[in-house]
Write a protein that binds this ligand. Structure first.
Ligand code: SF4
Length: 341
């Protein structure tokens, strides 16, 4: 076994994480849900969502038979909603193609919607003891530092090199502990800022530490300016109620409930009349909200519009503004609801 693997395994035994709610189980369903939730999301944020999700959808069958609205509602606030839609689609695929039994091979797991090769390998290791390499953001950071790998890890050539390296380091046995050890080390010691090298089991062999290059590795992506977009949201109010509209399945916040959007150049009163059959009794502007997506930054101008009569439109509903929190909402809509007086 490589020094790298044996040190990591020994460290995981004594210093790794052992009591997270998705550990100490071989249930692939529980492991799968946790792995998807943990993508781009911190453990502390995930735990309450995970526990609520597992209470509502305790099995593949219950997730597959739920409607998408319910799944999105229980995901609401975690962000990256494609993850929830893919989970739901994958559960249905497992029922349809695998008789409801989670597949055990990395290839079959990777064929499910929303599961990349690293996540598939992690699930296969934890649930079935299958030997395979993982390579998420944390692991890329550990490997680039420990082995002094140059270049941005998201570049194809660098990533290919990291996969080869990750596969060459795999131990013959104890794959679960090794995989968990890599994850734990990346999350708790070899953090992006101020890694705790003094406590690290790999410090004796770490190139970045030896060459004083920790701040330069992994190399950052070449900077691109992020595009700016603008929109206007209308918070239609009638007494304590607000109007929410279901967004189309495709596109930003697909399938979630949102305040209606209007083009910045639209004439407000004629839009209200045509779209909802209402007229504004009073209009007030709230401070704009800025929401950053992976690929662009959205500035949301917000108009609060009080109306006198209950206009309606297909795909829209009036809800008590406190009850509205129970709907599947994108984060900015939730923030705006909190800001209403
Ligand atoms: S010695 Fe420091 S930089 Fe190197 S792997 Fe360990 S924590 Fe990361």
């Amino acid at each position: 076994m490589s020094d790298f693997a044996s040190r990591l395994i020994a460290w995981q035994k004594s210093h790794g994480r052992h009591d997270l709610p998705w550990q100490n189980t071989r249930d692939p369903y529980r492991i799968w849900i946790s792995e998807i939730m943990l993508q781009q999301t911190q453990v502390a944020t995930v735990i309450p969502y995970y526990q609520r999700f597992m209470t509502h959808f305790p099995s593949i069958a219950s997730l597959a038979s739920a409607d998408e609205e319910a799944v999105l509602t229980h995901w609401s606030g975690l962000g990256y909603y494609a993850r929830a839609r893919n989970l739901h689609a994958a559960a249905r695929q497992i029922v349809a193609r695998h008789q409801g039994v989670f597949p055990a091979s990395v290839e079959a797991i990777t064929a499910l919607p929303g599961i990349g090769p690293s996540t598939a390998a992690a699930i296969a290791a934890f649930a079935f003891g299958v030997r395979g390499a993982i390579l998420d953001g944390n692991v890329k950071r550990v490997l680039t530092r420990c082995f002094g790998i140059e270049g941005f890890p998201g570049d194809k050539a660098v990533e290919a090199k990291l996969w080869t390296l990750a596969e060459s380091l795999l131990p013959e046995a104890e794959i679960e502990r090794y995989t968990q050890g890599l994850m734990d080390l990346g999350a708790t010691l070899c953090t992006r800022a101020q890694p705790r090298c003094g406590d690290c089991p790999l410090s004796a062999q770490c190139v970045a530490r030896r060459d004083d290059r920790i701040a330069q590795l992994p190399a950052p992506k070449r900077k691109k300016t992020i595009p700016e977009r603008q929109t206007v949201m209308l918070i239609l109010r009638r007494g304590n109620e607000v109007l929410l509209e279901k967004r189309p399945a495709q596109g930003v916040w697909g399938g979630l409930w949102s305040f209606p959007e209007v083009a910045p150049e639209a004439v407000l009163n004629s839009h209200l009349q045509t779209r909802f059959g209402v007229q504004a009794a009073r209009v007030a502007a709230m401070s704009p909200l800025v929401h950053t997506f992976t690929h662009f930054r959205l500035t949301i101008r917000v108009l609060v519009v009080w109306v006198n009569k209950p206009g309606a439109a297909a795909g829209a509903m009036w809800l008590d503004r406190f009850d509205a929190h129970g709907a599947a909402l994108p984060t900015p809509v939730r923030r705006l609801l909190d800001l209403l007086d």
